[in-house]
Design a binder for this molecule. Sequence first.
Ligand code: BT5
Length: 262
Amino acid sequence: MQMKIPDPVLNALSALPLAEVHFFDSIDSTNTHCLNWASEGAGDLSLAIADHQSAGRGRADRKWVTNPGTALAFSLILRPRESDPSHLSFFSPLGALAIRAALERLYDLAPEIKWPNDVLITRKKLSGILVENVWEGPILKAIVIGIGINITRAALPPEAQLLFPATCVESEVGRPVARWELLAEVLAQMMPLRDRMGSHEFFEEWSSHLAFKGERVCISGNLRSDLTGRLVGIDPDGDLLIETEDAGCEKVKVGDVRLRAV
Ligand code: BT5
């Protein structure tokens, strides 16, 4: 249910140029809410936050668990700029780089970005990003960046439900953290990064924090068969480059792909 924005949230967000904020004690999914809200005319930088999601979504209909009082779950609506339709694959890294920078600045952590959409610390998933778009025919009307960040241990789903090991900010920092301060920092980091999206600098920052670089990985998903090889990096389109023993360097496009170390 939507409720009055709690004071600590309002205070944390007060310096940000947000259009409007919706706060829910519980909702199915902040991304679903923002897709509808964007279709109804929400402005650039409208934000939905939930304390609990009953049907949080990952990619390809996977579930994202958000237990009450344990995590950050929020979605930001961006209205497209001219170059955005050709940059759609950069919105996930935009979110990931903002989370990475915020965790480094506030807690001195060293997160890595697992292509295409996860933030890892010590090789465990701390945060996931789901980017969805609103189209009117061929015209891109809005981009929704949905972010989930585990704050306390109680945020973590049971291990049996995990495709990849998970962690939370408090386990990595070793003390309680103020989650609304982290929310505000992630959003603050995202604003200037958005202006640099697609630039050489943006690409370098993404590339230099890419997890598993130089290591052997296996990619599975929307390919005919699994692809195993050395992760070389990303190309200027954001595609992943994998060097295989027999076929040389292969490109993997963003889609429903899963990456794991071998
Ligand atoms: C993601 O998908 O990682 C994207 C998650 C995006 C969540 C945010 S929360 C706010 C907004 N509203 C939404 O409804 N969604 C966005 P994917 O790469 O497909 O990973 C999903 C997988 O992560 C699941 O199948 C689980 O294995 C695992 N998982 C689920 N909940 C998790 C959690 N809290 N922490 C770590 N792993 C989790």
